[in-house]
Design a protein around this ligand. Structure first.
Ligand code: CP
Ligand code: NVA
Length: 308
């Protein structure tokens, strides 16, 4: 893997993604056969989490355990990044102890600064701007389910948020058509769209912003949604729930989609808000396989970044 850190999807070359997906399949198959691989024996992952997490925290920690290493979970109370100590000093000291750092925080600049100043790999475990580990898992899962990403069309219904951005960039890179439908004021920014469209054009695919959910899902192979109220936006919850009415992935919307469309969600889901019970529990939903793959993809990522 050429990249040293995973701060955003743009850190990865196409070859990096291919290598990651190939290793993920090897690791997953060998794990399912009960074989152990202790390639990270004696290695430690420092996990800085300033926001809640179930999947990301547990899958990274279990990934280290299964690869023979160890993980240390550090909350805001432990480090108090930027207040008790500067990001730079944390980036200089932690690598004296650990072999890799994951960070989940608010400001994307914090992840970027940590990565710039750290001598060990830094992995973005979600920032307000992007969630690259999720996007890698999502595209890996689609490829696994469909056998290939050729001609795949993904429709995202909802907020132009961190999850939407990393998915757009990875779809553009992997030649997957990406169309997002969002209410007014919740679209991807013009600046971001320009960047994503450029990558998509170079790879003969598209990234498009729309407003009508039915329009984007009608020919889609995958329908993706995420919360209307991301972490850090709690104060806007009432307004957002109102503004996103009409953007729920429910049976009525599904009746306009292809019969074999996959439904994906990064989770946690807010049942009855962005997605209804009958859809998330229905036959098109692959959300739990998607969640499981966080573990396998991140094992491959840790192995590639730490065992350089
Ligand atoms: N999808 C995801 O990142 O879940 P957590 O917030 O539980 O880690
Ligand atoms: N967009 C959500 C994703 C959670 C995994 C958030 O940032 O809260």
């Amino acid at each position: 893997m050429q990249c040293k850190n995973l701060v955003t999807i743009t850190d990865l070359t196409l070859e990096d993604v291919d290598e990651l997906f190939t290793l993920t399949t090897e690791i997953k198959e060998s794990y399912k056969k009960g074989k152990s691989d202790h390639c990270l024996a004696g290695k430690t992952l420092g996990m800085i989490f300033e926001k809640s997490s179930m999947r990301t925290r547990v899958s990274f920690e279990v990934a280290m355990t299964q690869l023979g290493g160890h993980a240390i979970y550090l909350t805001k109370h432990d480090i108090n990044l930027g207040e008790r100590e500067s990001v730079k000093d944390v980036a200089k000291v932690l690598p004296r102890y650990v072999d890799c750092i994951t960070i989940r925080t608010y400001a994307h600049e914090t992840v970027a600064e940590l990565a710039n100043c750290s001598s060990v790999p830094v992995i973005n475990a979600l920032s307000d701007y992007t969630h690259p580990c999720q996007a890698l898992t999502d595209l890996y899962t689609i490829k696994e389910k469909k056998g290939s990403l050729d001609n795949v069309k993904l429709a995202y219904v909802g907020d132009g948020n961190n999850v939407a951005r990393s998915l757009a960039l990875l779809c553009a890179k992997l030649n997957v058509s990406y169309k997002i439908a969002s209410p007014e004021n919740y679209e991807l920014s013009a600046e971001f769209l320009e960047k994503a469209k450029k990558i998509a054009k170079n790879n003969n695919t598209c990234v498009e912003q729309h407003s009508d959910p039915k329009g984007v899902i009608s020919d889609a192979d995958v329908i993706y949604t995420d919360t209307w109220v991301s972490m850090g936006k709690e104060k806007e919850a009432v307004t957002r729930r109102n503004d996103f009415r009409g953007y729920q992935v429910n049976s009525e919307l599904m009746s306009h989609a292809k019969k074999d469309v996959f439904v994906m969600h990064c989770l946690p889901a807010h049942r009855g808000e962005e997605i209804t019970n009958e859809v998330i529990d229905g036959q098109n939903s692959i959300v739990y396989d998607q969640a499981e793959n966080r573990l396998h993809v991140q094992k491959a990522l840790l192995k590639l970044l730490i065992c350089k």
